[in-house]
Ligand binder design. Structure first.
Ligand code: MHO
Length: 214
């Protein structure tokens, strides 16, 4: 295989990370999503003991298929960030940039977004990326894990739950993101068995456009 496959990483906090993970998982150009905690100072946070960390989604993407600006459009259009009430740090709206280019694009986009939202004040913070703490296994690919029988046949050990391309994609599509037509175009890359494929097509179709929940 090629050594030139481009991969870039983005990190967003946009409320409950289950929904964010499905949103990006079902989007073209996304290779891998992992939910976790970041943005605070506490060492080794857990869901029950988060300290000042935020639920975030780490996203590996192909910058030739989807740009950081397009990721930001999904970010702005899919969570609350202009609230007049303070938000719990757990659900903070956060952009954690990985390089100077992301920083610049994020800073430009928050200015644009703020103009559209006047008189609301955007609370989103733009910070340099720090240490990412993957969340507990049961939070990874939450919607896919809800399809217990299918998930079992995929043999997702804890590492694969965090890193698998197929788990990333199915977790989006099964939540209704992307739609059945896009799924049919992509499904043969996933190497599913005929019965896994049939199961997925049925549920992708059922859930298409259903909206994300947490
Ligand atoms: N309403 C959900 C939120 C979970 S989330 C990962 C719950 O309380 O279980 O923050």
């Amino acid at each position: 295989h090629s050594v030139n496959i481009p991969i870039k990483t983005a990190t967003f906090g946009m409320g409950c990370f289950w929904g964010a993970e499905s949103l990006f998982g079902g989007t073209k150009g996304i290779y891998r999503t992992t939910v976790g905690y970041e943005g605070g100072s506490k060492d080794s946070p857990t869901y029950r003991n988060l300290g000042n960390h935020t639920e975030v989604l780490e996203i590996d993407y192909d910058p030739n298929t989807i740009t950081f600006k397009e990721l930001l459009d999904l970010f702005w259009n899919n969570h609350e960030y202009g609230l007049t009430n303070p938000i719990k740090r757990q659900y903070m709206s956060l952009i954690l940039y990985h390089d100077d280019e992301q920083k610049k694009i994020a800073e430009e986009s928050i200015v644009e977004e703020q103009k559209k939202r006047v008189p609301e004040k955007i609370i989103t913070e733009i910070l340099p990326k720090g240490k990412f703490y993957p969340a507990e296994d049961y939070h990874q690919k939450y919607r896919l894990q809800g399809h217990k029988d299918l998930a079992e046949t995929l043999n997702l050990d804890p590492k694969l739950l965090r890193t698998s391309f197929i788990a990333t994609k199915l977790n989006g599509y099964l939540a209704g993101v992307g739609g059945v037509q896009q799924f049919r175009e992509e499904v043969d890359k996933f190497g599913l068995t005929p019965s896994q494929k049939e199961y997925c097509i049925y549920h992708v179709e059922q859930n298409e456009g259903a909206g994300l929940y947490c």
